[in-house]
Write a protein that binds this ligand. Structure first.
Ligand code: IPM
Ligand code: MN
Length: 355
């Protein structure tokens, strides 16, 4: 098979972790006789430095011409500390999601048996946790009207959702629920917000089409609590853009490290795969960032975009083996014994070659 992939490594640790994924991609495609074409582009702070634009037209074109996009991270502290900055790296990511029509963000939260003790939550509470967040990604408060008034002394952001936007995201949630444990949780704040009432109403209407799926409706504040109390009680959750942003960061600590969690952003025509951790500027250039979230994002790409199940499964096994055998970066272990970003990548490549 021919795989045409756009690689946007982005900022901070993005390039380091993405490098390891490319190593794994080259290795897996050699082994399974696929032809890979990789084209690199700029996004984020690095794109501002080169083009004065965090998502330049060249990059957009590259994404449109590719089968899938592998993305690293975005963000730079020089912008975080300047709330008045007009051009920001994050705008690149938001525009990319919108222009590529990536309306659904799939974020799995899994626990690895060999890491149960790494979690800040008690072992017996997290054992068996296997959650899939389906986060709406191109609407809501992220994209509603916003602005300033009264000489900048008043600010507003608005949350807006159309029924169609809710239907298409809920459909993905229902379909995953059917393939998994047939449980779907609709996360909202319907006791306060009008958009949440529309979410609830729309999902209630859709229940008829999916009689096998058991749907629960829960307020986002309660979900935030139950996620750390009984994470294993959840399966598929559908959320608005902002609620999903917050809950998936919360959920990522369940597994023991945010450095493990991959994600897929999908739409009707394009798909982008990225680790959920950010640019982690403190670790940039130190060769200590965990490449596993990026490598698992690559595995999601092979599975979702190319339907290469065997290849994806082998990468997952290699990752699991690196964890079981203690070939992990410092976020997962005792400093003296831990590996570098590259050593983890090398272990995974070797496992693939041998198995
Ligand atoms: C994420 C990130 C982004 C978001 C930022 C970088 C714009 O936090 O992918 O979760 O808020 O969606
Ligand atoms: Mn986030």
């Amino acid at each position: 098979m021919k795989l045409k992939i756009a690689v946007l490594a982005g900022d901070g640790i993005g390039p380091e972790v993405t490098n390891e994924s490319i190593k794994v991609l080259n290795c897996i495609s050699n082994k399974f006789n696929h032809e890979v074409e990789i084209n690199e582009g700029f996004v984020g702070a690095i794109a501002i430095d080169h083009y004065g634009d965090p998502y330049p037209e060249e990059t957009h074109k590259l994404c449109l011409e590719s089968d899938a996009v592998l993305f690293g991270a975005i963000g730079d502290p020089k912008y975080d500390n300047d709330p008045k900055a007009k051009i920001r790296p994050e705008q690149g990511l938001l525009r990319m999601r919108k222009k590529l029509g990536l309306y659904a963000n799939l974020r799995p939260t899994l626990v690895f048996d060999s890491l149960l003790d790494m979690s800040p939550i008690k072992k017996e509470r997290i054992t068996g946790t296997d959650i899939l967040f389906v986060r709406e990604l191109t609407g809501g408060i992220y994209f509603g009207d916003r602005g300033r008034k009264n000489n900048d002394n008043y600010a507003f952001d608005t949350c807006q959702y159309s029924k169609d936007e809710i239907i298409r995201i809920a459909k993905i949630g229902f379909e995953y629920a059917l393939k998994r444990s047939k449980k779907l949780c609709c996360v909202d704040k319907a006791n306060v917000l009008e958009t949440s009432r529309l979410w609830r109403e729309t999902v209630q209407d859709m229940e008829k089409e999916y009689p096998e799926v058991k749907v629960s409706y829960e307020f986002v504040d309660a979900v935030a609590m139950r996620l750390v109390q009984w994470p294993s009680s959840y399966d598929v959750l559908i959320t608005s853009n902002l609620f999903g942003d917050i809950l998936t960061d919360e959920a990522s600590v369940i597994s023991g490290s945010m450095g493990l969690m991959p994600s897929a952003s999908v739409g009707s025509n394009n798909a982008l795969f990225e680790p959920i951790h950010g640019s982690y500027p403190q670790a940039t250039g130190k060769n200590i960032a965990n490449p596993i979230a990026s490598i698992l994002s690559l595995s999601m790409m092979l599975d979702h975009t190319f339907n290469l199940k065997e290849e994806a499964e082998l990468i997952n096994k290699a990752v699991e083996s690196s964890i079981i055998n203690g070939f992990t970066t410092p976020d997962l272990g005792i400093d003296e014994k831990s590996c570098s970003t590259q050593q983890v990548g090398d272990f995974i490549v070797e496992f693939i070659l041998k198995n």
